[in-house]
Design a protein around this ligand. Sequence first.
Ligand code: CUA
Length: 363
Amino acid sequence: MLRRRPLLPHWLLIAACLSLLLLLISCTPSHPQSTFDAAGPVSRSQLNLFWVIFWASLGVFVVVVGALLYSVVRFREKPGQAMPTQVHGNRKLEIAWTVAPALLLGAIAVMTVQTLFELEDPPSDNPLQVRVVAHQWWFEAIYPEYNVTTANEINVPVGRDVSFTLDSEDVIHSFWVPKLSGKMDVIPNVTNATWFRADEAGVFYGQCAEFCGVAHALMKFRVVAQPPEEFEQWLAAQQAPARTPTEGAALAGQTVFSAKGCIVCHTVTGPDTEALRASRNRGFLDGQPLTHGPNLTHFASRGSFAGSIMETDDENLAAWLRDPEQVKPGNRMSRLAAAFNDPALELSESDISALVAYLQSLE
Ligand code: CUA
């Protein structure tokens, strides 16, 4: 007996189902980087526009594919059928399917342009100013009104507009916090701007969204939205100079920090460190000043480091210091070590544990 061949091979059917499942999972609003869970007015407007376009497209899809399937089934060739009437063109139909899409696209264009204008500037006249500088492969955040510089984590007050200026120190990056706002390119020698507002407290995950080199996928950051009082406390703590260790492993770590050259790239604001740092500056690597490593003044107050790919804890810090290339390939710290190739800069295990203690003391 003849078995009918299935319409699709089994493997293709399974692959299609799995892909569909993956696609649907990626839409879950509970995903930390889901654009379907808007937590502020900017992402909400963008999401609303998306839904309008999505439902309009789905409507078009259903009408067009429905008409196609209907015609295929209804007018299929039947045995003994005579030649059907031959027609050429139908003016009314052609006008209809030219005018309808034009109207639909026109409406979408109006809504899109409206949203673009609405989101151009923050509505409040007193937004918090944050300057973001993208580096391969981490984000720096500077609060110019408060003289605060931090890295990888951007603290913002809940309910207040935050206005960002975006600069890049090297190549093109893109600044994106899916739950708070859409992407904005970060381009060297061009200052772009964007803004958002967080309606609720929480940690919102961001990601560089423009391919920018080997560790692009590891260029993440976090937005920490805090109630206004908590944010004020955070600001005050960030404005203070770094704690100076007085004894134990942290003090030993501070010595390693200056002796091994960490201080050349990383700022730790304090009376002793700045003079030391200036005296040890070694100039440039790949045309950029060496001083442009993440500011570590209040390193231990951040939940993550190394492009926000690692949680701040002793074990992760030690792993990073032991072999940064393993953690984030191509990063500047390992390239620098290779460029100078100076055994005096290598870290022993006791150097590493002292450095970990020092960094963890920088609250
Ligand atoms: Cu920076 Cu991708």
